[in-house]
Design a binder for this molecule. Structure first.
Ligand SMILES: [Zn+2]
Length: 369
């Protein structure tokens, strides 16, 4: 075995409904002048609370800026040219995945301290060392990896609980996918410490969702910040972030994807997916097919029940995909990069078998209802 040299920077975070009280102790050693950058909705939801807590510290907010439309290199460059950015000692990024990914790409590359204030729980951008970059036309460009994540994430569960619940709902699907994709894609391999940690951690991308997912979604719909909501937010934002750091070695996402994501990316060729459905929603549907293709019927039952209980899709109709659209996607899936690192070759026949089983399950279920 070859000896390896690598460095790892793990996410630092704090979570709670009054956690902005930690802004002073965490951020003051990095300087004084703070520039706040975020999405319009996120700033509307969180800025006043941030400002209230910053007033109790030695920090000064020197400006509040919208990040832009999308996470593109042009957006990053525009922010970089702002005099306020040049003057700032640190940046507070406020928002969902795109706003946080934008400030990460800006600040981590410049080695300027950056802190994340996630306002929705749909993904792990607040805790990962990667930004998902888009083209100017809104299509996916590539992942941009960094040596470290943000300096610290302040996860305010009160703000997240008041956000639209569909983000957390979709985040659940993308999060349990991490466990199944990591365990399937690493099966039968002798894993070195780094990747083995990622696979081990990924079990916490599934367990809390099966345990707390349904109640958390009910509470979130009422805007309540409860223990169950907190457990699910931690799984989506923190655990998935840590797992994804350990599952991406040498910038190859071999263990970080799989059949569920291949199903999603294939389906994005149908405009309705990007227009009317969320990433995690469709990935959560893809997991059902991945588990059936893999012969994991017990796990399939667990996820099927979870999806049914919170309204994540279990059928093509729910994601507005026709049989012929699905057929075309099923042709392409076996050759997609997401299933390149799989313990076996995914075939069209496997996908057809999985889909038949799923349809039969849904049919039997509706007879019982
Ligand atoms: Zn995903």
């Amino acid at each position: 075995m070859k000896l390896e040299n690598y460095e790892v920077h793990l996410p630092n975070y704090s979570i709670g409904d009054e956690i902005y009280g930690k802004i002073g102790p965490v951020c003051e050693s990095y300087g004084k002048k703070v520039l706040v950058i975020g999405g319009p909705k996120a700033l509307a939801a969180a800025y006043d609370k941030i400002e209230r807590y910053v007033k109790q510290t030695n920090l000064t907010i020197i400006g509040k800026e919208f990040y832009g439309e999308n996470c593109t290199y042009a957006t990053v460059e525009k922010l970089r040219q702002m005099p306020l950015y040049q003057q700032a000692d640190m940046v507070f990024g406020v928002g969902g995945g795109k706003a946080l990914d934008t400030v990460k790409c800006l600040c981590i590359e410049d080695d300027k301290p950056v802190f994340a204030f996630p306002t929705i729980a749909s993904n792990c951008a607040a805790c990962t060392s990667v930004s998902i970059m888009y083209n100017e036309d809104g299509t996916f460009l590539r992942p941009h990896f960094f040596v470290r994540p943000v300096m610290h994430s302040f996860i305010d569960t009160e703000i997240i609980a008041k956000a639209p619940s569909r983000y957390m709902w979709a985040g659940i699907g993308d999060t349990y996918a991490k466990y199944y994709e990591a365990t399937i894609s690493s099966r039968g391999e002798r894993l070195e410490h780094f990747t083995a940690l990622g696979v081990a951690v990924s079990s916490m991308c599934r367990d809390p969702l099966i345990e707390y997912g349904r109640r958390a979604f009910e509470d979130h719909k009422k805007g309540l910040c409860t223990y169950d909501v907190e457990q699910v937010v931690l799984a989506i934002v923190v655990t998935t972030g840590i797992a994804s750091i350990f599952l991406t070695k040498d910038y190859t996402p071999d263990y970080n994807s799989g059949l569920a994501h291949a199903v999603f990316y294939a389906l994005t060729s149908c405009p309705v997916i990007e227009e009317r459905h969320l990433h995690g929603e469709v990935v959560g549907f893809g997991v059902l097919l991945a588990l059936l293709a893999d012969g994991q019927y017990e796990e399939f039952e667990k996820i099927y029940r979870l999806n049914r209980s919170i309204g994540l899709p279990v059928s093509l109709e729910e994601i507005e995909i026709t049989e012929s659209q699905w057929q075309k996607c099923a042709e392409r899936i076996p050759d997609m990069s997401d299933v390149a690192h799989y313990p076996y070759r995914v075939t069209k026949e496997m996908l057809e078998g999985a889909m038949e089983y799923l349809k039969e399950k849904v049919r039997k279920d509706s007879e019982e209802d």
